[in-house]
Design a protein around this ligand. Sequence first.
Ligand code: SF4
Ligand code: SF4
Length: 704
Amino acid sequence: MERQFTKEIESLRLGDGATFHGEGILAVTKALLQSGVSYVGGYQGAPVSHLLDVMVQARDYMDELGVHVEACTSEASAAAMLGASINYPARGAVTWKSIVGTNVAADALSYLASAGVMGGTLIVLGEDYGEGGVVAQERSHAFAMKSLMWLLDPRPGLPKIVEMVERGFELSEASNTPVMMELRIRACHVRGSFAARENKAPAVSTREKLDGPPKEFIYDRLAHPPAIFRQEKLKSDVRLPAARKFIAEHKLNEVFPGAEGAVGIIVQGGLYNALMLALKTLGLADGFGASRIPMLALNVVYPLVPEELVQFCAGKKAVIVLEEGQPEFIEQEIATVLRRADVQAKLHGKDFMHMAGEYTAEAMVRGLTKFLAQHAPQIDLSPGALWLDHSKSIRQKAAELLGAMPVRPPTFCVGCPERPVFSAMKLVAQDIGRPHVSMDVGCHAFASFEPFSQGNTLLGYGMSLASAAGVGPMSAKRPVSIMGDGGFWHNGLLSGVASNLLNKGDGVLVIMKNGYASATGTQELISSPSDEAREASHGASSVHDDRTIEDTLTGLGVKWLRTVNNYDVAEMSRTYREAMTTPEKGLKVIVAEGECQLERQRRLKPEVAQKLSKGERHVRVKYGVDEDTCTGDHSCIRLSGCPTLTVKDNPDPLRTDPVATVIDGCVGCGLCGENAHAAVLCPSFYRAEVVQNAGLWDRLVAKL
Ligand code: SF4
Ligand code: SF4
């Protein structure tokens, strides 16, 4: 796994009187234990991966408490796990990246929300929205509304996040409804501290086991007709009022007073920090949270409590709603509430703020300036205007000085085993033409950038083969689908492979068997190399021992199946060409085998450090370019894109083209040599062995 959480695991044990220091998402983990959670599950994905990673690594402590932890194979299995709280008084929490994970979990969530829960359930959503987001930009809010599940959006500060986790369970139990909590990227990684409390050993747990199913069989707990009709009524008639009562009674939403009582701001809790920065910039707040403009911070964004809104807006001339993303669900609901209550405050929101995209402090300064200029003209807004002008002039100056910056797309890690596969595909495309390529979610999606520029569609995790189903029959050339082993187990096996076989489809599927769900932090899969294989590998790739993917494909009925070592570009090219051109009908699967270089280096580093500290001999392979023979045409770079294969000034004063060079970060994966050989490039590449703690024999040979 990407990170060791030894220190954080110790923090999980803190009790009364101690102070927890750390990241927002780890504070959530501690708050779950303080709430007496019985079971935790989820599917990894930024920005919430650490929640599950730390729990998995803290398994011994979880066993002590009796908490069951499960690294689920998809968000759907995580959501279904919450079914444990329908019949039993057990608190459960799951986590995933949203919106994508919520989409995958939607089926189970609908059933869960319909049946309702007895034990509190909390779904911690990494709301991957705004700058830094990597998924389709949509909001989880729509899911909360359509299923009538409650949505928390706490102010990003550790004490408030912890409080909302604890209250979230209580709210869930008080209204028999699952509760979601959205945490944006910054909230997950915000650092701070809070006063810890003792962890609660759960009443129902792996230590305090249930006798059996409920004594009385209750049909109404099944989301099945005819119970579903009653459940739908319960949602609006019983659960929603109960939730609103709990939210109001426990003051989950916060009112901050301000001297300018004629105007007000209603803000999603998660945007509070950016709002305070904007108000401070405008000279309307201090650094400790005191604001001149009254604010209503919604730590619960669904459901809203009409009485709270009416109370806040009554007597005001105007209010502005700061709600990120589209459509403006909250603003529309507030408009309905105010109209029905005949509150005359003028309502603003998306008319002064942009519809799509993150609400940065700068965007808020602009929006608030428009709002206040119209409704509070007595306020001096010049500090904000000066600040905006200053930022604009800095940007202009930077643009003048730097000119047009070259695009620097993200790429694979140095030595990544997936890069050679795309080199091979690029080489073969020179002869047979470019096919339609369906990409998938995972590191391999980097191949959609230069220098590979391969990938025509991206439809979700594990969906590449399924997304080629309509293209194949309409195309003269076979479509190619790229899938990681993470995507294969998440969704690709059933949605892609089984569907293709059922429909007697054609096409080529390349599965990157790198051993882990690498893009999310190298979490383990069912086909990850065993501990023994890893230990025995001594730095070599350890994924070869595991045949789970191949056996599964064979068992399912895939006839054309090849496993190829990624780094052997010539063999990969041959196999890929055969798959693309063979007259044989049916699905052709290439399992591209090569361990995630990041994980391999992680394993290698301590081994090498130990060897060197003992004075033992160690050989490191590195590639290089002979600058005298390099022609400077850079075809090697266009075939590889490795960040350590770059250019430098030509040492020959008679030649101006920069020559290729390999810088020190090269991990000696061998792709440079393989590409030079497979593509018949110039003979400039050489392979060098750097010997550390060299012995007598090494020195003698070197001298000779
Ligand atoms: S994390 Fe692993 S698979 Fe992903 S780009 Fe890096 S080396 Fe490649
Ligand atoms: S051998 Fe080439 S591709 Fe591999 S790490 Fe070194 S420079 Fe990069």
